[in-house]
Each structure stands twice: as structure tokens, then as C-alpha cells.
Write a protein that binds this ligand. Sequence first.
Ligand SMILES: *Cc1c(COP(=O)(O)O)cnc(C)c1O
Length: 231
Amino acid sequence: MSDHDLSSGNSDVAQNLRDIQDNINAACKAADRDPTSVTLVCVSKNHAADHVRTALVEGRRVFGENRVQEAAGKWPGLRDEFPDVELHLIGPLQTNKVKDAARLFDVIETVDRPKLARALAKHRDTTGECPDLFIQINTGEEPQKAGIAPNDADEFIAMCRDELNLPITGLMCIPPVDEEPAPHFLLLGKIADRHGIAIRSMGMSSDYEAAIRFGATHIRVGTAIFGSRGY
Ligand SMILES: *Cc1c(COP(=O)(O)O)cnc(C)c1O
């Protein structure tokens, strides 16, 4: 864990964003990386539109939501105000929601099984529309967690690309909460390298600086921006 205070319900979004950008810049400098090579995905799940708007007013344009229904209620209105938003789905997607998801999201980060890949391809074939797609890798092989097992990743990526012709542009992972994240970030990078996949979505409020060290191009940060979600 880093020393960021995750428990405060700090709602000073503007200050939080400045602090995070400073941390991103420092982590990039230490890793000899260009800060523009890291995209901050502001995770706005469980936060009301008015609270999310403060980040938009600060100039943030890339956001993550984990539920299709919640995004459908919140984002069409915000998109009217801020048309250049890029919205990412970062939670599990049921095949019966593919149509809604394809309309709402610019990126689906959670392609995690053949059935979903086929449903996305079918939707693309009938409508011509398909968001950019990341494959979720279950780097910790946790039974309760979604994602493709590392050993199945090569076959699944090949199926998505060669058989279904899907636009696989990235990989994402959520390391186990109780483990050092670095080996998981390394593993994701290795799989991405093997397949020439440039985008690596990894790192959250507690570990985004480590993720940057290990090559994250997208970090998904919620609590450190918007405060606690108060489940
Ligand atoms: C909620 C969530 C995040 C953000 O987590 P924080 O710890 O609040 O930064 C990142 N990625 C995924 C997949 C999530 O569901």
C-alpha cells in the first residue's frame, strides 16, 4: 500500500486530481517515461453525476464505470455537456447487455470469455459498431474473479483477433487485494508484449505508481479522486 489516504471521504476533487497528476509525473520521471503515455481513467462508479462533473470541469475526459445500467443513467446527460468524453466499461458484461454497452462505452476493458467475444463480434457484424476492446486477464487465477487465466491468454487473444476479427487494443488486470501487485503487472506486460498489444490497464488508487513503473498505459483510479464510495 502507498501512503494515500483511501478512507477519508475527501471530496475536494480538484485538489485530489492535482495531487494524483503530481504523483503520475513523479512516477513517470523515475521510470524515464513520458507522463502523456499514462492515461488516468477516473473511476466514477457509485458517484452521482454532480460529483463526477467536478472532474469534467477540471478537464478530465476519460472515465470508468462498472455497471451498464448505472452508466446509462448518468452519462448521456454528462455527454451532452462534455461531448468529447471517453467512457470505459471496467466491470463484468453480460451478453444480453452487449447492445447497450456498445452504444454507451468507447472502450470495454472486460472481455473475459469466449461467449462474450462472440456476442461482441455478432453485434459488430449486424450493426457495424464495436468499441475498442481490452481483454481482462485473471493474473492471480482467483476463482471468484473474472478474466482469462494466464495460461489460456494466448489462445483467447488469437481467437478474438484471428477468428472474430475483434479490435483488441489492450489488456487489463486486477491483482489480488492481499498480494504484492508487481508480479501481476509484470505478467500482464509479458503477455501484452508477446502479442504486440500496446495498452496495459493496471493500477488503482493504492498501487497506480507501481503500475506506472511496470508499464501501465491506463491507470483506473476512483477513491483517490472522488473519495470513498460508501457502500
Ligand atoms: C472500482 C474499480 C477501480 C477503482 O478502484 P479504487 O481503489 O477506488 O481506485 C479500478 N478498477 C476496477 C476494475 C474497479 O472496479
